[in-house]
Design a protein around this ligand. Structure first.
Ligand SMILES: *Cc1c(COP(=O)(O)O)cnc(C)c1O
Length: 485
């Protein structure tokens, strides 16, 4: 294999600032005092906090080094399945930093916030168009928050009809947050198994759908990276018994501009702006998980809603059936600005192309690695493909060993051991922003690792070897983190 992009040399050790500090050292020098010294009064003369004494260069080097120990999508390929870790163009960050946006205060009256309200109003419409729905609410702060909003909307819908249903159908290929959101809303999740093709069957849903079931919660494309081909007919089964169809649209990166969810029977969908629409996912936020709904759910959307009249924008609370407010002020507006800028700069044609390339890249990796790794479902995939460690088990090599070794070759590991329906899953989502050369190098790295598994398994059991920290006891690392490095 060609030289790996993994680092090999000049890895600096970094002590704590407390270990580095030296009494009397300082980041600046004041001119000699030319007045009498004057003691400070009581409260200020006690012992100060135990801060280390450091020079400016000590501090700059310390934080610069720490920043270089990090790995992000700006440093290399990050094929973390179900997370859409694609490169987000910097121009969208620039628009979010424009002084008119960045300096806007959420307590300013609508008359002084026309630009930002117009941006949000138009973004709502763009997202409705992309999903094929009728209305959007931007408030939810994350995907799971959008799910909760959607569940509350479904609850409010049934309540308005004088009904109180107790269950929600959730396939085994759903994202883990789906049953959690349904449960938070008071629903009992009813599991349903996917079929041998990795998708839902109409029969399986018909079997469990009844008049006490509020609806179905489908992740589409699902967490196996497969498109739910029968979603339209499944929607009919659910609608026939008075239920609604919730689509977890966090995987929209596979189908933007290609599938209009509203036209295939979906009643409510959330999107992850911090995946698909130019905000990086992870790192603890901020995020944005708007919900898009069909007309019948619009009266229940969270307030305040942005309304437009004769070209001027205002916030309205005049929605008596609303589920209420979900977020402080308007949600995470910076993320919305980036999404707006991304959608406007891409245009409909290129949004579609981004999805097509995301699907192409995932299929390229699937084909490139399918002899090397066991492929859980050997059929065309959407934006991600799911392998397993089945072929390596005889060599006593597990998914975790291969994932750790991948770091030595300069790649962030894929998502592992998820989805749960595949034992030892390795879930790869390359996204559209990786070029063919990088995909080839990723495939090559995995092939080399598979070869090592046969020839020198110790290399994998000890991996990663070229990283700052080698194999951790993950349980202890999580429970008793040692922050001293
Ligand atoms: C990421 C993801 C979520 C959760 O989104 P958060 O913003 O992390 O809450 C839900 N469903 C799917 C399919 C996802 O990929």
């Amino acid at each position: 294999m060609k030289e790996s992009v993994g680092t090999t040399g000049l890895i600096l050790n970094e002590p704590l600032l407390w270990e580095r500090g030296k009494k009397g050292r300082s980041g600046f020098s004041l001119p000699r005092r030319d007045v009498e010294s004057c003691p400070l009064d009581g409260a200020l003369t006690g012992e100060g906090p135990d801060f280390p004494d450091l020079s400016e260069i000590d501090v700059v080097r310390h934080y610069t080094r720490l920043s270089q120990w990090n790995f992000g999508v700006d440093s290399g390929m990050y094929p973390l399945g179900s997370c859409t870790m694609k490169y987000s163009p910097k121009t969208n960050e620039n628009q979010a930093s424009l002084p008119g946006f960045a300096g806007a205060h959420p307590l300013l009256p609508a008359a002084l916030s026309q630009g930002i309200l117009q941006m949000m109003f138009e973004l709502e419409q763009y997202l409705a168009e992309i999903t094929g729905m009728d209305a959007t609410a931007l408030q939810p702060a994350a995907g799971a928050h959008g799910e909760l909003a959607g569940m509350l909307l479904i609850y409010a819908f049934h309540k308005s009809k004088g009904e109180r249903r107790s269950k929600i159908i959730i396939p085994d290929t759903a994202h883990g947050t789906n049953p959690a959101s349904a449960t938070l809303c008071g629903y009992l999740p009813v599991p349903v198994k996917s079929n041998d093709r990795g998708i839902l069957s109409i029969e399986a849903v018909s079997e469990v759908m009844d008049e006490d079931t509020a609806g179905i919660f489908v992740t589409n494309p699902n967490t196996l990276g497969l498109y739910e081909e029968d979603i339209r007919r499944i929607g009919e089964v659910v609608h026939d018994k008075g239920g609604l169809v919730y689509c977890d649209g966090a995987n929209m990166n596979a189908v933007m501009g290609i599938v209009k969810m509203g036209e295939i029977g979906v009643d409510v969908i959330h999107l992850n702006l911090h995946k698909t629409f130019s905000t990086p996912h992870g790192g603890g936020g901020p995020g944005s998980g708007p919900v898009c709904v069909k007309k019948q759910l619009e009266p229940f959307l969270p307030v305040p809603r942005i309304v437009e009249e004769n070209g001027s924008y205002a916030l309205s609370n005049d929605y008596p059936e609303s589920i209420g407010k979900l977020q402080a002020f308007h949600g995470n507006v910076g993320v919305m600005i980036k999404a707006y800028s991304y959608i406007r700069s891409m245009g409909p044609k290129n949004l579609k192309k981004a999805s097509q390339l995301a699907v192409l890249n995932a299929n390229y990796i699937k084909e490139g690695l399918k002899g090397t790794l066991h492929l859980a479902y050997d059929r065309p995939c959407m934006h991600e493909c799911v392998f397993s460690d089945k072929h390596q088990m005889a060599q006593k090599i597990a998914t975790i060993d291969m994932a750790k070794r991948l770091m030595d070759y300069g790649f962030h590991p894929p998502t592992v051991y998820f989805p749960l329906v595949v034992h030892g899953a390795i879930m790869v989502e390359p996204t559209e922003t990786e070029c063919k050369e990088d995909l080839d190098q990723f495939i090559e790295a995995f092939k080399t690792i598979a070869k090592e598994a046969g020839e020198d398994p110790g290399l994998l059991h000890d991996a990663p070897r070229r990283c700052k920290v080698t194999r951790l006891d993950e349980t202890t690392a999580a429970r008793k983190p040692c922050l001293a490095g």
